[in-house]
Design a binder for this molecule. Structure first.
Ligand code: DC
Length: 220
């Protein structure tokens, strides 16, 4: 079977990571959550109280980001620390647009992502995978959904984890993160010319997975 590269880009909470994880398992691909890597950089910035990109990078070079299979799915490690949950807190989420807009941080992360992609068949989700990280990807999907639906999904997810959340505030935050991610100068969130636009509003995860897998299997 051919080793394929699948790029899934799109705005926050459009379902990218959920579908990418399922497809990775079904098709035997490596799954790389690039958003988690920018979240780690943001966590480092907050914990080390610095916005100096070179200091953040140096910290990560000394405490490399790695992924492991845990009981509840993929876990994110920085050095030996398990940061899977702390990188999803509101504090990190609300600061991530600023840190992920830094050129040096992006160059560092893109190089890491490209290095990981050389290991074999891969499905990566993010904002700039089809445009910058894997411009040669065999299959590119740009996954979108309405702000209301995305906020409701995140709301339910938070409730199930016991995180108190205000739905209206979530809508404002999601729209604001979209705006920041799409208007930043370096690698803004943008559909690659050769990407397939897929709107997940009103669709089930299963339907989205099936659509992408059908296309992927033809390329393998
Ligand atoms: O997918 P996510 O919400 O976990 O991503 C967190 C942030 O990281 C998001 O606000 C945009 C940024 N990001 C990015 O700039 N480029 C990527 N490839 C992935 C995420």
């Amino acid at each position: 079977m051919k080793k394929i590269q699948i790029a899934i880009d799109g705005p926050a909470s459009s379902g990218k990571s959920t579908v990418a994880k399922i497809i990775a398992r079904n098709l035997g691909l490596i799954y790389l959550d690039t958003g988690a890597m920018y979240r780690v950089a943001t966590l480092v910035a907050l914990q080390e109280k610095t916005e100096d990109a070179s200091k953040i990078i140096q910290f990560i070079e000394n405490h490399p980001i790695s992924f492991a299979n845990g009981k509840n799915g993929q876990e994110v490690l920085v050095g030996l620390d398990n940061v899977t949950e702390v990188i999803r807190t509101n504090e990190v989420t609300n600061a991530v647009s600023k840190i992920s807009a830094m050129v040096e941080i992006r160059e560092f992360m893109v190089a890491e992502q490209q290095r990981i992609a050389q290991k074999g068949g891969i499905i990566m989700d993010g904002r700039d995978i089809g445009t910058v990280v894997l411009p040669q990807a065999n299959l590119k999907i740009f996954l979108v959904a309405s702000v209301d639906e995305r906020a409701e999904r995140r709301y339910k997810e938070n409730l199930s984890k016991g995180i108190p959340t205000d739905l209206e505030r979530l809508k404002v935050e999601i729209a604001e993160r979209d705006r920041k991610d799409s208007t930043r100068v370096v690698s803004p969130l943008k559909q690659a010319e050769d990407a397939i636009l897929l709107d997940s509003t009103g669709k089930t995860i299963k339907e989205i997975v099936q659509f992408i897998e059908e296309k992927a299997k033809k390329l393998m």
